[in-house]
Write a protein that binds this ligand. Structure first.
Ligand SMILES: [Zn+2]
Length: 755
């Protein structure tokens, strides 16, 4: 199907008055219910008048959908092109729809005329229901009060469960934030939409929920709680269809993680409120992402006190309070009752189960079982619980189905409409996937959860009988087991559809955002590098054998972010106790010692990393940098030449080698390297300044001046440029220019000095 951006005219036609029907519904809820009832009778009458009932059986579900279509339909929109996701509406049904719609609009006019808030012309009374999607990061289903956890208070989630439909057995296909959210937004498995890693762009060919709703005239906005979902770097393409996507600021001077990496739930909520206040009219599709339960667990007071022994729960309780504020705001605006509200966890948290502290590596229920609650407009089917197994990939088709909007043709998920009304209870097959272990050089995992069994495909496969062993603690796998064979067959069938073996997509995360990934506790693809070159994933180590190392590496990353160098060092040294040739630990120790100024120690660790991963270009680069910093210039030269042999396009390596050659007084070789660096990054002033320095060494003053004058824009704040310029001008006999450059350099130096 064709999905485009909402046209300007469509957007501009979204006049201020549309959507006030929400406000009216608050006061006229009972009227609306009575109206629906009357409408139901009328439809029956029309149907029997035109044709026999056998001919046109309008099932409860179909009526529901048509009502919603009518509800969603603005008068100016085409009637016959009802965005019905199923085969075209039959003529007779269309007749009925026409009649229903006329009656519905008449009724709206009737009630609106009597309602005190109604002031607009009648043609603008009907609107789409508001759709609010709330994702709560790292939320285990079994840590929510309405899911039976007595040690926490989650009144907002409990209220939604009371007024909506609660799915007790909902599962995410991915334990990683970006992949999981992309699955929610596209109705596709990670292996289908391809976002298996941070920074992998979502391809334009997969329509997103926001895009489809924007096409329907919705005003769309997204409010994210962590930089990991920022569409500028870690989640490119996830903003597609959102008119406003609340990314993090591009530049920030703060060292604190708040505002730079994370936003607290209340801040996210406030951002959403501000946007809604500025866009009160029209139908809203708003996605709100609360990141709080993600580690590190640092809830604000009073949650830090009340839950001081269970800070993860404290974060959940706090996120719930932010959700509560948001629901209260929707109520205040009169938008709550008429809205569809979906709350879901993106994945769970290991909390030490199966020795996994956080999430991302394994596919056990601890990280894949999430809460899912759907509150329908007018609180229909309030209080229902659905125990059948469902998936978060079902969310997108469900929302579209309820709105009568056609879903894309081939989705991995399917609408849950019949579950919402209790007319269906057939459990859905749940697939799970994680490629995150590849970041560590370990095998990726896949799982299937079906008919009370979970099968995990791994170098050491696992089979659990979930009815007898819900904690997945007794592995029954034997290759000849009938269940194993059946579930493997289901995998194979899915593979034909979407899981075709493919190369891991390279993440587009740039080097400077790797630090942000580390600060959030994740390894970037650049950390794994050559470890993923192994052609057959099953030859990689099983993550089960490596999970303790992962926990320690995670601890080290979080400790480094908090400036706790000693704790980070201790954790990394513990990794080396488990595996003395762990390249990940050796590289990180090397970096840590470089940052601490212990260059000789860094050289030692990075030399060992080089032995462990001889084909790794980045290890060789870091080794070269450590040698340069330790003063071993000829050693640095050899290491940097080695890394460039592995990958000639490394700007950092060219620049460093230029510096090293300059230090070794080989200015011709330095010039070659720096020219290559400038070619690789033409706008990089550091490389240009270094090259100018080399040119001055070579007494090529005119060339140096030419280069420096292009770098020294009026706004340049780097005194080094003007010092070099002064030197070159002096040598060319341009005394006045030299003096001007010299005083500019001095002024810049003075302004940099602490007052
Ligand atoms: Zn997450």
């Amino acid at each position: 199907m064709c999905v485009g951006q909402p046209s300007k005219s469509k957007a501009s036609s979204r006049v201020a008055s549309i959507g006030r029907a929400d406000t009216k519904r608050r006061t006229g809820r009972d009227n609306i219910l009575a109206m629906i009832e009357s409408l139901r009778h009328l439809v029956g009458w029309i149907v029997s008048s035109f044709r026999s009932r056998e001919d046109l059986v309008l099932e409860n579900m179909a009526l529901r959908r048509q009502l919603l279509v009518l509800h969603a339909q603005r008068p100016r929109t085409r009637l016959t092109a009802l965005h019905n996701p199923r085969p075209a509406v039959r003529n007779a049904e269309r007749d009925t729809l026409v009649a229903m719609r006329i009656f519905f609009v008449l009724l709206c006019c009737h009630f609106a005329a009597g309602a005190s808030v109604a002031r607009e012309p009648e043609s603008e009374k009907v609107s789409h229901p508001g759709v609010f999607l709330i994702t709560i990061d790292t939320l285990r289903a079994d840590h929510v009060h309405c899911y039976g956890y007595e040690r926490i208070r989650t009144p907002a989630l409990d209220l939604l469960a009371e007024q909506g439909i609660r799915f007790t057995q909902a599962f995410t296909p991915s334990p990683i934030t970006n992949s999981s959210h992309t699955s929610i937004m596209t109705g596709l498995l990670p292996s289908s939409h391809g976002v298996s890693d941070f920074g992998v762009p979502l391809a334009g060919k997969y329509p997103t929920l926001a895009e489809l709703l924007a096409n329907e005239g919705y005003d769309t906005a997204a409010f994210i709680g962590a930089v990991i979902l920022d569409s500028k770097n870690f989640a490119p393409g996830l903003d597609r269809g959102f008119e406003f996507y609340d990314n993090f600021p591009e530049f920030t001077t703060t060292k604190s993680r708040w505002g730079r990496l994370e936003r607290r739930g209340m801040e996210v909520e406030q951002h959403a409120e501000s946007w809604l206040n500025a866009h009160p009219a029209g139908a809203h599709f708003v996605w709100v992402h609360f990141y709080d339960p993600h580690d590190p667990y640092e809830p604000p007071p009073p949650y830090s006190e009340v839950y001081k022994d269970r800070l993860y729960d404290g974060e959940i309780a706090y996120a719930d309070s932010a959700l509560g504020h948001f629901l209260a705001y929707l109520k205040k605006q009169g938008w709550y009752e008429g809205a569809m509200i979906v709350v879901v966890g993106d994945h769970g948290e290991g909390l030490g189960e199966h020795h996994e502290n956080t999430h991302g590596i394994f596919l056990y229920d601890s990280t894949t079982h999430v809460p899912l609650i759907v509150k329908l407009p007018e609180e229909r089917d309030a209080g229902r619980t659905v125990d059948a197994q469902v998936r978060t990939t079902d969310i997108m088709p469900t929302i579209l189905g309820l709105l009568g909007v056609a879903a894309p043709a081939s989705l991995d998920g399917d609408s849950l409409e019949s579950f919402l009304t209790g007319t269906e209870a057939v459990p859905r097959t749940v697939f799970g996937e994680t490629e995150y272990p590849l970041r560590f050089g370990w095998a990726p995992l896949r799982s299937i959860r079906k008919e009370g069994f979970k099968f995990i495909e791994a170098p050491k496969p696992e089979l659990y009988d979930l009815r007898a062993d819900p904690g997945e603690s007794r592995n029954h796998y034997v290759p000849w087991d009938g269940t194993v064979q059946k579930l493997r067959k289901a995998f194979a069938e899915l593979s034909v559809k979407s899981l075709a073996p493919r190369k891991t997509s390279p993440a587009a995360v740039s080097a400077n955002t790797i630090d942000e990934l580390h600060a959030l506790g994740y390894l970037g693809s650049a950390d794994a590098r050559s470890a993923t070159d192994v052609p057959e994933p099953s030859l990689l180590p099983d993550p089960k054998d490596k999970i303790e190392e992962q926990n320690l590496l995670h601890t080290a990353m979080m400790a480094s972010e908090d400036g706790e160098t000693e704790r980070a060092r201790a954790a990394l040294e513990n990794v080396l106790q488990l595996d003395e040739s762990s390249a990940l630990a050796l590289t990180q120790l090397g970096r840590l010692e470089i940052a601490s100024g212990n260059y000789a120690k860094a050289v030692g660790y990075l030399r060992r990393a080089r032995v462990a991963r001889p084909n790794d270009a980045t290890d060789a680069l870091e080794y070269g940098r450590a040698l340069e910093l330790s003063g071993d210039l000829s050693g640095a030269r050899d290491a940097l030449l080695a890394t460039l042999k592995l990958n000639p396009d490394q700007f950092e390596a060219r620049l460093a080698l230029g510096r090293v050659y300059l230090g070794l007084n080989d200015s011709n070789a330095a010039e070659d390297q720096l020219e290559s660096a400038v070619l690789l990054q033409p706008g990089n002033s550091e490389a240009q300044i270094k090259l100018a320095e080399v040119l001055i060494h070579q007494k090529k003053f005119a060339e140096a001046v030419e280069l420096l004058e292009t770098v020294s824009e009026p706004s340049s704040r780097n005194p080094e440029i003007f010092e070099l310029l002064a030197e070159a001008y002096t040598s060319l006999g341009r005394r006045q220019d030299a003096q001007r450059a010299q005083s500019r350099a001095k002024a810049l130096q003075d302004s940099k000095r602490p007052q």
